[in-house]
Design a protein around this ligand. Structure first.
Ligand code: ADP
Ligand code: MG
Length: 699
């Protein structure tokens, strides 16, 4: 066996219980995992401070000295362990709030230590909470005394005594025990091209750097390698899919499409819509299976594009389905598609969690006989019991709400997988899309239909609520409708913001019936109540819709022109953008009013400022990515792909681009990686396949 695949419990000094913790907390299962558990920063351990010279701020410092006293002190809540530390001239305090038992057992009085930690000043007295402590003897024996790696950790690990010191010790042990050098994973020509150092030197120096220069070289080498292999795998997957998986051939554009195009289409398509339809037609007419991501800002008109492709499918004798993340949205798609197709010879059905048994039975019949052309619905559509006669085209709306597993399930709905179009209104910066959806082709609708007025976005503090209400009343007077959105539905004890019901009541007071009618909508309502309220709003029987974020996705009521977002500081940028997208759908000037308290974190301020400054979804996505990091942005389901060990998709953007184009060029040249020089790649990929499972998550 590859020695790197040795389970971590076999490392000297680890054992079963520590191994369990390492697995649970850090996902370290094998020697290889530990070796690739990279530090998140480095500290300078070459300088020592004297206590009398400590800087009067909260910087990190290193001091030599002895622990002369250790005592437990009671405080309001619980106890703290306080140590007195001396450097021979002065004393200072060391404090522990947790893990007392382990600390008392492991620390010794009156021997020389090197301590390291962040300073805390209180009443002009310095102290260090939870310092790293190492005996001077061990410190002197250590691998590296200039730059020391700091590893990500968790509270649980610290409490159980797996300190930085212990992790470093394990790595020392590992590097000593691995006698055979780590095999090189990159071909010579790529290493020469970027002057990348070899794998062994990189691994040793990432953990125990001799100096800053070699550390930088090690980081570059490992970042490039990480990004390169991700891109290589994605591209290979894409190539294989295109070669192996045959797709349906939609050869003709028939009556249904043509009639729709000539008679039913209520407006001229934008150039961007036309471009995307051309791209899709190329995919579905070349015998390969389409797997395409359609990105387009809210309101850019993605639905009509999907519908037109469904008509092509029908022209070629195939069924289509459209899957939406919520019931409301599925119904709305159903309604708007129904009205778009008018008297065209197309049958469409709606299937959601709320569909009645009789409806389901009828739908099942129609689906299996092929009488139904288009099925629209929620997740219910991909349930195993839903059987199509010949599903040829599947659309997934608002992809970010769907897991990749569900996308895979769609694939299995027919012996030949249907063409898949994934639509998202949460624009993903291109570089990110490249790495996350490297297995999809990407189309972008980058223009809005003409005539839309730019939505005016304002930020108002809660103290200005009366003015905002006055504005709402004026807009209603002019025949407009209003959304008022709250962050959640359940009262949360900790948070002091208004909850939906409070809000609803105050709005009912401010806008009394019979003059005003108000709808309310939240996720916990029974389906029929939701429908009823939505219906009333659509039919203009109510002027105000008070809701939670259930309306975030896709709801389309063109007459609604004001979106008030309560506690806007609590929402993420993509949510705010989605919510704002609910207005500005008609011909009237629309407004988005972000309400917040005066207490705003820096991040919240940035979010609100971004919203008032721009309506461009791609710009917003860039800011969001910077604020939150990629994992969060994509939702947990996709984040596996983005759990990069060393590269940073934002900061190392340049490396990402280079790695991708290198991988592309390499595959063009040697698609099966058969060349002698590419042996390391072939071997590394084979190992990754055997030992890694994250790639199973993507498609
Ligand atoms: P989204 O991309 O957010 O899903 P929709 O498909 O719901 O957007 O379209 C938003 C609105 O714009 C719909 O009312 C739709 O009928 C309309 N629309 C779409 N394309 C055009 C166009 N080319 N010209 C005018 N209106 C359009
Ligand atoms: Mg939509």
């Amino acid at each position: 066996m590859d020695p790197l695949q040795t389970p971590i419990e076999y490392l000297k000094g680890v054992g079963p219980s520590r191994a369990n913790l390492l697995k649970q907390e850090l996902s370290i299962y094998t020697f290889q995992d530990l070796l690739h558990f990279f530090p998140h920063r480095y500290i300078d351990r070459s300088t020592f401070f004297k206590i009398k010279n400590l800087p009067k701020n909260s910087s990190e410092v290193q001091i030599k000295g002895e622990l002369i006293k250790l005592e437990m002190k009671r405080q309001k809540k619980g106890k703290r362990l306080v140590g007195t530390f001396t450097d021979g001239e002065r004393n200072m305090e060391l404090v522990w709030f947790r893990g007392h038992k382990w600390i008392k057992e492991s620390l010794k009085l009156n021997i020389n230590y090197v301590i390291f930690g962040r300073l805390n000043w209180y009443a002009n007295q310095p102290s260090i909470p939870h310092p790293e402590m190492e005996t001077l003897e061990n410190f002197d024996k250590g691998f590296s005394k200039s730059l020391q790696a700091v590893y990500p950790s968790t509270e649980k690990l610290l409490n159980k005594g797996i300190s930085q010191r212990v992790i470093i010790k394990m790595l020392q042990e590992l590097l000593i025990s691995l006698k055979k050098p780590f095999p090189e994973t990159l071909p010579e020509d790529l290493r020469t091209k970027y002057k990348l150092i070899d794998k062994n030197t990189a691994l040793k120096n990432i953990h125990f750097p001799d100096n800053q220069d070699i550390l930088t070289a090690a980081q570059n080498r490992l970042k490039y390698e990480e990004l390169f292999f991700i891109q290589l795998q994605l591209l290979i997957k894409n190539l294989q899919r295109k070669q192996k998986i045959k797709g349906f051939f939609f050869e003709k554009i028939g009556d249904k499409f043509n009639t729709f195009f000539n008679k039913n289409l209520p407006f001229e398509l934008t150039d961007a819509q036309k471009k995307v339809i051309r791209e899709i037609r190329k995919d579905i007419g070349n015998g390969q299976q389409m797997n395409r991501l359609l990105q387009g800002d809210v309101g850019s008109g993605k639905t009509i594009v999907a519908l037109m492709v469904m008509l092509i499918a029908a022209d070629n004798g195939f069924q289509s389905c459209l899957m939406a993340p919520t019931e409301i949205l599925a119904k709305q798609h159903f309604q708007s598609i129904k009205s778009l197709i008018g008297d065209l010879d197309i049958t469409i059905g709606l299937l959601t969690g709320g569909s009645k048994k009789a409806e389901r039975i009828q739908l099942a019949d129609q689906l299996e006989s092929g009488d139904l052309n288009i099925l629209i619905g929620t997740h219910a559509v991909i349930e195993d019991k839903v059987q199509f006669k010949n599903l040829g085209f599947a659309v997934v709306d608002e992809q970010h709400r769907f897991g990749v597993a569900q996308r895979a399930k769609l694939w299995r709905k027919n012996t030949t997988p249907p063409h898949v179009l994934v639509m998202t209104a949460t624009p993903i910066p291109r570089t990110l899309a490249m790495s996350v959806y490297g297995d999809l082709d990407i189309s972008v609708i980058d223009e809005l239909p003409p005539g839309r007025k730019k939505i005016k976005t304002l930020h108002r503090f809660d103290s200005n609520r009366l003015k905002v209400f006055k504005f709402i009343a004026d807009q209603i007077q002019r025949g407009q409708q209003i959304y008022i959105v709250y962050p959640l539905i359940k009262e949360s004890e900790k948070m002091d913001y208004k909850d939906l019901m409070d809000g609803y009541e105050s709005i009912v007071r401010a806008f009394p019936s019979p003059r005003y009618q108000i709808s309310i909508l939240h996720g916990k309502m029974p389906t029929k109540d939701k429908d009823y309220e939505m219906e009333r709003f659509i039919n203009k029987q109510t002027q105000i819709m008070v809701a939670t974020t259930v309306i975030e996705v896709g709801v389309n009521v063109p007459n609604a022109s004001v979106m008030v977002i309560e506690s806007a500081e609590r929402f993420g940028l993509s949510q705010l953008h989605q919510l704002r997208g609910r207005v500005g759908r008609g011909n009237d000037q629309s407004y988005c009013i972000l309400m917040s308290s005066h207490k705003l974190s820096t991040e919240a301020k940035t979010r609100l400022e971004t919203m008032t400054a721009t309506t461009d979804g791609f710009d917003i996505a860039e800011v969001d990515l910077r604020l939150r990091g990629p994992g969060d942005l994509m939702g947990t389901q996709q984040s596996g792909v983005l759990q990069l060990k060393i590269a940073d998709i934002i900061k190392d953007n340049q490396w990402l681009k280079i790695a991708r184009s290198d991988a592309q060029a390499l595959l063009l040249d040697d698609p099966k990686l058969e060349a002698q020089k590419n042996t390391p790649l072939r071997q590394t990929l084979a190992k990754m396949k055997a030992y890694q499972n994250i790639w199973n998550y993507i498609s």
